[in-house]
Design a protein around this ligand. Structure first.
Ligand code: GLU
Length: 383
């Protein structure tokens, strides 16, 4: 790519497994900010190929949360009046509807000898994993089927034996790439597993589907959570094998609890819907999320979305995990509540206080009295 930001096309590609996670919201926001900053396009794709993890209604729920915080896509899946709309120049954006393409790409990889058919049974793989565990070896496929003769492959396929398609990852050398956040990353190819690309049920795995879709949708920057960094060599190898130009990659730091453990449901709310439902303002939440892992200056905390767009810089995102500091969110929320007009502040409080009295003027006076002490409207009333 000659010009780094020519035609920025970014995407958020969640799996519809329930709700919008606060970490997911940060991924959305950074993608969105980069798109807005460079006049690009923010695409929403749903990765629903893992049917076992599919949760009915989650696309609608996640989209509603995005709408509430004002981060709707420029292209891709939309939900209008409860209906999922899948239209656009690179439709479909619902990954399962792209399955035929994924299978065709896998076949092309086999033809080019960058992928192969594997008949290993679940039992054999479980035994292998057990052995590797005992010997404290890295858990990876032993490439048992990589050298099968074509005649044997044809015979077993014709006999209807179940199979998967695996990537034939390079056996030597090093995968080197430049991550926009983490800098230069080097991984010996010998550590990269022969990843399953197509499962026995004929569905693609995330690795194949996401890579092919990112290529087909002309994605320029893949911005996603750090948990995917170790998969990136596999994805880069698919680009190389197919003769495609890869996008740029940026892996965002993990979100951590104050004790530095991974942010999890057990220690508090992680669903965006929960925060909004408790009366955290979308603007305060966005401001807070934006500064988790990136801060344009060290002496300022309050930014409007407009200001964030103007200063957003992917290269300044921190490598280290970002602490989720609820106190700071509450403080920011309070700043936003205090800078609102009296009418808007009253409107924000009303859902939680309307049952207390029928007298609106009385309620409004009450709101104004506590205004300087309130951080979140719900909590101030129920306590
Ligand atoms: N579907 C993946 C997820 O749920 C997307 C990862 C990526 O952005 O490549 O996180």
């Amino acid at each position: 790519m000659s010009d780094f930001f020519s035609a920025v096309r970014v995407r958020y590609a969640p799996s519809p497994t329930g709700y919008l996670h606060i970490g997911g919201l940060r991924t959305v926001l950074y993608n969105w900010l980069l798109a807005r900053r460079h006049g690009g396009t923010f695409v929403l794709r749903f990765e629903d190929t893992d049917r076992a993890r599919y949760v009915e209604g989650s696309i609608e729920k996640m989209y509603a949360a995005l709408e509430q915080v004002g981060l709707t896509p420029d292209e891709g899946i939309r939900v209008v009046d409860g209906q999922i709309i899948d239209e656009g120049p690179y439709a479909p954006y619902l990954q399962s509807a792209r399955r035929e393409r994924h299978v065709a790409y896998a076949q092309e990889l086999i033809a080019k000898k960058f992928a192969y058919v594997c008949f290993c049974s679940k039992e054999r793989l479980a035994e292998l994993a057990e052995q590797q565990k005992t010997l404290k070896q890295p858990m990876m496929y032993d490439r048992h089927c990589r050298s099968l003769e074509q005649a044997e492959v044809d015979r077993r396929m014709a006999a209807g034996e179940p199979y998967v398609i695996r990537l034939a990852a390079p056996l030597e050398g090093t995968c080197v790439f430049e991550d926009e956040v983490r800098g230069r990353i080097e991984v010996p190819w010998a550590q990269i597993d022969d990843q399953v690309l197509i499962k026995t049920d004929g569905f693609p795995t995330y690795h194949l589907a996401a890579t092919c879709d990112d290529h087909d949708m002309k994605i320029s920057h893949v911005i996603r959570g750090e948990e995917w960094v170790s998969s990136t060599p596999k994805h880069l190898f698919i680009y190389q094998a197919m003769g495609w130009t890869p996008p740029l990659f940026a892996h965002l730091p993990l979100l951590l609890n104050p004790d530095r453990s991974k942010l999890s449901k057990r220690q508090g709310d992680v669903a965006v819907e929960e925060y909004l439902g408790k009366g955290y303002l979308p603007e305060a939440l966005m401001n807070f999320i934006a500064l988790m892992g990136w801060n344009p200056t060290s002496d300022r905390e309050v930014y409007t979305m407009q200001e964030l767009v103007q200063v957003f810089d992917l290269k300044k995102v921190n490598k280290a995990g970002a602490i989720f500091n609820l106190e700071k969110l509450r403080w920011l929320n309070a700043q936003y509540l205090r800078s609102m007009s009296v009418e808007s502040f009253f409107a924000v409080c009303l859902p939680w206080i309307q049952t207390l009295s029928d007298d609106q003027a009385f309620l409004q006076r009450g709101c104004l009295i506590v205004r300087d002490r309130v951080e979140v409207p719900t909590i101030s009333v129920t306590r």
